[in-house]
Design a protein around this ligand. Structure first.
Ligand SMILES: *Cc1c(COP(=O)(O)O)cnc(C)c1O
Length: 268
């Protein structure tokens, strides 16, 4: 029995081990986990309170389209609700983008080194992967632009980047987006948006109108809700519509939705 061809090349993502397992294995008492950039301060207390209150309702399926969370995030970001899609962690949005837009053999561009999920998911999906090395730990946007081919469907950029900790500036991003092909989507991963404080750090949402851009954010890091698995993507209603077509109906569980709504009332 053979899997799809692409799966023969797939390497599963290696997450850091759970704290309890490391303690058991090495006989340690105090272990601090930093492998997945979890928030060491714990979860948003408003999320925890909201989830406690909701626990008696988990016999029901979740709200399929994240109705209330969608309203809340749209209001906060001053965008239309139909510009949003929610995922089981923002990781799922990588999958949904690949599913919606990449035919077997189409190309994606990833930097190296960067967040591994872009390459892991693209490989399993059957995409051809073009790797462009980082330059002095920064995205080499010129080399990435030069690497774009006719069948390049997605370019993955984490801003700020993990693990490099560098960011693409407003000026660099604007230059990069100029004259990009209509066939290419820029997947701008803003998992660490809330941690970026520099004046020249660009808010990806400002560039949605004129570009094929998917901006993703997550409740996992700043809000400390990594265990719940909830994140979202923002794009044009048209791109979102295609991604919605390949989304599982109940992909974000009810406690994650309730927790995220609680967290939104918290300051980050
Ligand atoms: C942590 C991280 C994510 C994943 O976030 P989830 O919403 O928990 O899936 C995405 N991108 C980068 C760069 C990250 O470091």
């Amino acid at each position: 029995m053979l899997p799809r061809k692409a799966i023969l090349n797939a390497k599963p993502y290696q997450p850091g081990k759970p704290i309890e397992e490391v303690k058991r294995e090495l006989g340690l008492k105090d272990v601090i986990k930093m492998a997945s950039n979890e928030n060491p301060l714990g979860p948003s207390p408003k999320a925890v309170t909201a989830i406690r209150k909701y626990l008696g309702n988990i016999n029901r399926y979740p709200e399929g389209g994240c109705f209330y969370l969608r309203q809340a995030v749209a209001k906060k970001l001053k965008i239309k609700p139909e510009q949003l899609i929610f995922g089981n962690g923002s990781d799922e949005l990588i999958e949904l983008t690949l599913k919606a837009f990449v035919n077997e053999g189409d190309e994606v561009i990833v930097a190296s080194p960067t967040f591994l999920m872009y390459e892991v998911a693209s490989t399993a999906h059957g995409a051809k992967i073009k790797v462009v090395p980082m330059r002095y730990f920064k995205y080499d946007l010129k080399a990435i632009k030069d690497a774009i081919a006719k069948n390049t469907k997605i370019i993955f950029i984490a801003n700020p980047d993990n693990p490099n900790g560098t960011y693409v500036t407003k000026y660099e991003l604007e230059n990069f987006l100029k004259d990009l092909s209509d066939e290419t989507i820029v997947f701008l991963d803003e998992a660490y948006f809330d941690f970026a404080e520099e004046q020249d750090y660009p808010n990806g949402l400002n560039y949605l109108e004129k570009n094929n851009l998917i901006v993703t954010r997550t409740f996992s890091k700043a809000y400390g809700l990594a265990g719940l698995r909830v994140g979202y993507g923002v794009s044009s209603p048209e791109i979102i519509k295609y991604m919605e077509a390949v989304r599982d109906p109940f992909n974000v569980n009810s406690l994650a939705q309730i927790g995220a709504m609680g967290a939104l009332k918290d300051k980050v």
